[in-house]
Design a protein around this ligand. Structure first.
Ligand code: DAH
Length: 338
């Protein structure tokens, strides 16, 4: 039997040494060591040998098997070296080919606007505060002095997640969270996403607001008006004037809505401002003493103002975007312009 093995081994040496490609070598590997190879057939025959001959022959068999393995491994290294040398001789590199280009991303217009707003307020001594998008009814409505039967609580306006859990409809929630954890002086803004059940060219179910809250001794409505005036001029340019109209919000008293002079026609009246010469910017007011009481701040000692502005609206005016839906469709042709 051993002579058969030697024959097989001799044939293997010849063929392996003569193989010229990795493909051929692979075929030889299965021919000599695969399941159906002659060497494996010997393995099966091992059981038929007399008991006392088995160990010695088994050892021989393994020896030859390992030798063939080694031959193949050595040849493989050789062939790979030859392949590499050949490729060095034949492959050429065209140095005039253009390099690989990669696409650079850019900031979304909303992110850009948010950062710009943050920069303006940070430069005036404000901190940036954050609150959760998924809120409880207490922070979104109760603590903001919103009566139980207020229409804003309605299912048709607010996305409820659970009985008392909802997607915040306004960033005013963060006012409460800040007051719960800090005593005055407080001076924060809080930009973030809000959610309401509405969807058209100027409303999106997900939109962005920036909230501001300033509390200290002796803060007045004049401070509020000055601050907003400074902000709109920094944001839209020195020519921009603002005005306040009386309004109602449950969490401020007195409350107002702020308009700025139309950024397109500067008050003459155009299609952007629908002929009025003014554009709505957001709501503002002096923090209602009821809110102070709920949040645990002494309303005899402190006064404060708050305002909330629509970031998407500011971005649309700043970058002349005609339809709010463009901001959230993620169309690269649109986004690439920023
Ligand atoms: N949260 C109000 C809204 O979404 C906006 C607002 C009004 C915020 C008055 C305020 C405020 O902080 O004082 O319509």
């Amino acid at each position: 039997m051993e002579s058969d093995l030697i024959k097989i081994y001799d044939a293997a040496i010849k063929q392996i040494e003569a193989s010229n490609s990795l493909n051929d070598l692979n075929q030889l590997k299965s021919k000599y060591l695969g399941k159906k190879s002659a060497v494996m057939a010997f393995m099966k025959k091992l059981g038929q040998l007399p008991q006392e001959e088995r160990p010695a022959f088994g050892q021989k068999l393994n020896e030859y098997k390992n030798k063939i393995y080694q031959l193949i491994a050595d040849r493989e290294i050789k062939l790979k070296e030859l392949d590499y040398k050949k490729s060095l001789e034949t492959d050429t590199i065209d140095l005039t080919m253009p390099g690989r280009t990669f696409q650079r991303g850019s900031l979304h217009p909303i992110s850009r606007t948010m950062r710009e707003i943050e920069d303006i307020f940070i430069s005036m001594g404000f901190d940036v505060a954050e609150g959760p998008d998924v809120e409880d009814e207490f922070h979104n409505f109760d603590a903001l002095n919103t009566p139980q039967d207020h229409p804003a609580r309605d299912l048709s306006d607010t996305f409820y997640v659970d009985k008392d859990v909802l997607l915040r409809t306004q960033t005013s929630t963060v006012q409460i969270r800040v007051m719960e954890n800090h005593q005055p002086p407080i001076r924060i803004i809080s930009p973030g996403s809000c959610y309401r059940n509405e969807n058209d060219a100027s409303h999106s179910p997900m939109f962005h607001q920036v909230e501001a809250l300033v509390i200290d001794e002796g803060v007045t409505f004049v401070d509020l008006r000055d601050m907003l005036n400074v902000f709109v001029k920094r944001m839209f340019g020195e020519r921009i004037e603002s005005r306040f109209r009386p309004h109602f919000f449950p969490f401020t008293e007195p409350s107002a809505e702020m308009d700025i002079i139309c950024v397109k026609c500067y008050g003459k009246g155009c299609n952007l401002c629908k002929g009025s010469g003014w554009l709505e910017m957001g709501g503002a007011g002096m923090v209602d003493p009821n809110v102070f009481k709920i949040a645990g701040i002494d309303s005899e000692k402190y006064t404060g103002y708050a305002f909330g502005l629509g970031i998407d609206r500011i971005a649309m005016l700043k970058y002349k975007i005609p339809d709010m839906r463009l901001l959230f469709e993620n169309d690269l042709r649109f986004l690439k312009q920023f």
